[in-house]
Design a protein around this ligand. Structure first.
Ligand code: RNT
Ligand code: ZN
Length: 419
């Protein structure tokens, strides 16, 4: 465990080094508090939820692994989230999927869900200083098939419209209750394994469905639409592609969700931030780690997320960019997966905030390319870790590797008790 005095000393030295570059580490520590992560509830239980419909995971997404300790009910999900939060500095949010409602063991179909099913979540979140975000759930249901909101079958389409409208109302109630807008994310898996005979047809249907869903105006929630490249078994065509939602979001003023696993692997998601900021109201991020495909590996501090965080900070857009996490790994301690991914994301934002932005911009404006590149390189070995440790210390959270033993022991306890 890193000692307090050691952290103070290292921080003082780091602070001086950053000051020499014109960076005020105290301001950075304050700004870090604005990086509020929306933790995805579905890492606790491998995206199963509490519906009693007995459906297995569908919709072209997949969780691999069978690590013991999966949360099996609402209390266990809550306990795991609170445990993870012990090791994540700052104040954060929780993103719920509709299938995580407090249904009391009764079957509540997706077209019957009510704000009341989330009342206990709202109260629990408030007691624990958390704000809630929400997601409609179109997968893992007998009516999911390959097409939901884009289904030419009017009965099925109406079912999913009803579901999504109800999810917007639930979000509105959550936002009102917590005095802070609830972000509603709409992701549907609609697509096809084979080349469709007509790509336009389904996109027209989806546009029509969304127009109807969004026709009610709300004040306490914000709509986000999440694009995707492809799903498993839906490799040839995704109705809600990036072009589709970018166009829809730009025209209708909706927030586009950028999931970092939903693009071609060499595509830069970071590069999209500045353009979206110009043409759409805000941005929702699903920070994830694709390995060869949208594999939803636990987020680590890598170049992709570093670039993404830098872009958000360089655009001075922290107040317009919502940082949600989205991955599911069942091969390791699930609480540990939250802690690793959250801290990694925070570390990327911290380093972005520690960048001497105005100096770099000035060097660029003066065409001093060598100096700019040299400074960018030097930044990589600056003592940002000492600033991170101080951020943890000030938030009463273990610094450095100090969280590993606690998370590990919790993992052993839950594994033993959740057999
Ligand atoms: C799937 C999307 C979506 C889901 C969650 C469970 O590829 O990323 O966000 O992960 O809704
Ligand atoms: Zn996502």
């Amino acid at each position: 465990m890193v000692k307090e005095a050691q952290i103070e000393k290292a921080y003082a030295a780091a602070s001086e080094s950053y000051a020499a570059l014109g960076v005020d580490t105290e301001k950075v520590l304050k700004d870090m508090d604005k990086v509020s992560l929306s933790l995805h509830c579905w890492q606790t239980d491998d995206v199963k939820g509490f519906e009693s419909l007995g459906e297995s995971l569908s919709g072209g997404i997949q969780v691999t692994g069978n690590h013991p300790g999966r949360a099996r009910n609402i209390d266990e999900v809550r306990a795991d989230i609170l445990e993870a939060l012990k090791y994540i500095p700052g104040s954060h949010r929780l993103s719920l999927h509709e299938i995580y409602g407090d249904f009391g063991g009764k079957p509540v179909d997706r077209n019957e869900v009510e704000p009341e099913h989330f009342r206990s979540w709202m109260e629990w979140a408030a007691e624990n200083g958390l704000k809630l975000d929400f997601n409609s759930t179109s997968f893992s249901h007998p009516k999911s098939g390959n097409l939901t909101l884009a289904n030419p079958d009017e009965g099925i389409r109406r079912f999913w419209i009803e579901h999504t409208e109800r999810c917007r109302l639930i979000s509105e109630e959550m936002g009102k209750f917590q005095g802070d807008p609830c972000m509603l994310n709409i992701w549907i898996h609609d697509g096809s394994k084979e080349v469709p005979a007509n790509r336009l047809k389904y996109r027209q249907i989806l546009e029509k469905s969304l127009d109807e869903i969004f026709s009610t105006q709300y004040e306490h929630m914000k709509d986000c639409i999440e694009a995707k490249l492809f799903g498993i078994g839906l490799e040839n065509y995704t109705v809600g592609s990036y072009d589709f939602y970018l166009g829809y979001g730009a025209r209708k003023g909706k927030i586009v969700t950028l999931d970092t696993g939903h693009f071609h692997l060499t595509e830069s998601i970071a590069d999209k931030i500045s353009s979206l900021l110009l043409f759409t109201p805000e941005i929702m991020l699903h920070v994830s780690r694709p390995v060869r495909w949208d594999s939803d590996h636990v987020v680590i501090m890598n170049d992709d997320i570093m670039d993404l965080a830098r872009e958000v900070i360089r655009c001075k857009a922290l107040d317009r960019v919502h940082v949600g996490l989205d991955y599911f790994d069942a091969t390791i301690n699930r609480v540990g997966a939250y802690v690793i991914g959250s801290r990694a994301t925070q570390k990327c934002f911290l380093q972005a905030l520690l960048e001497p932005a105005s100096t770099l911009e000035k060097l660029e404006a003066e065409d001093r390319g060598f100096e700019k590149l040299a400074l960018q390189e030097e930044l990589k070995s600056m003592p940002w870790g000492a600033v991170w440790d101080m951020y943890c210390l000030r938030h009463d959270v273990p610094a450095g590797a100090g969280y590993i033993n606690g998370v590990h022991s919790y993992g052993l306890e839950v594994a033993a008790s959740r057999k």
